[in-house]
Design a protein around this ligand. Structure first.
Ligand code: C2E
Ligand code: CA
Ligand code: CA
Ligand code: CA
Length: 278
């Protein structure tokens, strides 16, 4: 048993070592990603009950010239730990605002553009100024920008979060709580946040047809959100059955592969412009 333990330890140590090397490699490459134009945004449309587009979510993509596409699930946690997410997040915010403004100037019916904000960005003293700067520089009206903030990042320090979210709300931007249901929200706090949307996490939508617990959480979230005057967006909708279950239970908006995958800026404009005219 003792030698097995040591073997396990050796495997474990080797694995840790490989992970650490990979992280350092990503970290080193990420430092150049903005300057070398390797980052891009894709946009996934969101739809209301009448199948009309209500907005888009901006999602970050990193195309490394040698390693190819690197998934956000791999590099965003590293960007967060190293603090690089602040510079990257600023770039995301400005780029998303500029793209939407450009689409509107090119004839698109104005839509909301949602941007993911990490805890690290939210904690910065100058975060509200950064948002105001992106709006001023792009010319996008504040009401068309939505910030998606995860449940866990607001719950890190709810008192401080209320303060920041109130300032952002007064600026006119809209606010969504992302990944709802995956963290530990206190319902008492939820009521105090000046938010507009709750986003039901994809993990509850995936098996909603079969898993009665997931279904209970999704339907419960919709009821709770409505009683607090919030709209609900479900993400990760892939099938007609999921859509039907969500909509018949009052889910206000949906986003997922059933309607569209995330699209490049040019493709998103073409897609949205085409459905505008229907
Ligand atoms: P998220 O905010 O929960 O975004 C939703 C994810 O679900 C996206 O993954 C999207 O492409 C994917 N998705 C949407 N519809 C479907 C569907 O029908 N089926 C399936 N299987 N997946 C679907 P993505 O783009 O890989 O992003 C992963 C996560 O990375 C995001 O999760 C978000 O937490 C983070 N992220 C992405 N862009 C940014 C960013 O600009 N800033 C920050 N801080 N985080 C970002
Ligand atoms: Ca999101
Ligand atoms: Ca608002
Ligand atoms: Ca999610």
């Amino acid at each position: 048993a003792k030698s097995a333990g040591r073997n396990n330890y050796q495997f474990f140590a080797a694995d840790m070592n490989q992970q650490a090397t990979e992280r350092l490699d990503i970290e080193r490459k990420l430092r150049h990603a903005i300057g070398r134009n390797e980052l891009a945004l894709v946009y996934q449309p969101q739809f209301g009950a009448d199948n009309r587009a209500t907005g888009v979510e901006a999602l970050l993509r990193w195309h490394h010239p040698v390693d190819g596409m690197i998934s956000p699930d791999r590099f965003i946690p590293i960007a967060e730990e190293t603090g690089m997410i602040v510079e990257i997040g600023d770039w995301v915010m400005l780029t998303a605002c500029r793209d939407m403004k450009h689409w509107i100037d090119s004839g698109l019916v104005p839509l909301r553009v949602a941007v993911n904000v990490s805890a690290r960005q939210l904690r910065r003293r100058d975060f509200c100024e950064t948002v105001a700067g992106a709006l001023a520089e792009s010319g996008l009206p504040a009401e068309l920008l939505e910030l998606e903030i995860t449940e866990s990042s607001v719950m890190e320090n709810p008192q401080e979060a209320i303060h920041i979210l109130e300032r952002l709300g007064r600026m006119g931007v809209s606010l969504a709580i992302d990944d709802f249901g995956t963290g530990y929200s206190s319902l008492a706090y939820l009521k105090l946040f000046p938010i507009d949307h709750l986003k039901i996490d994809r993990s509850f939508v995936r098996d909603i047809e079969h898993d009665l617990n997931d279904r209970a959480i999704a339907f419960g979230t919709i009821a709770l959100a409505h009683s607090l005057g919030l709209n609900v967006i479900a993400e990760g909708v892939e099938t007609e059955d999921q859509l039907e279950l969500l909509r018949s239970n009052g889910c206000d908006e949906v986003q997922g592969f059933l309607f569209s995958k995330p699209l490049s800026s040019a493709a998103a404009f073409a897609f949205l412009h085409a459905i505008d005219r229907q």
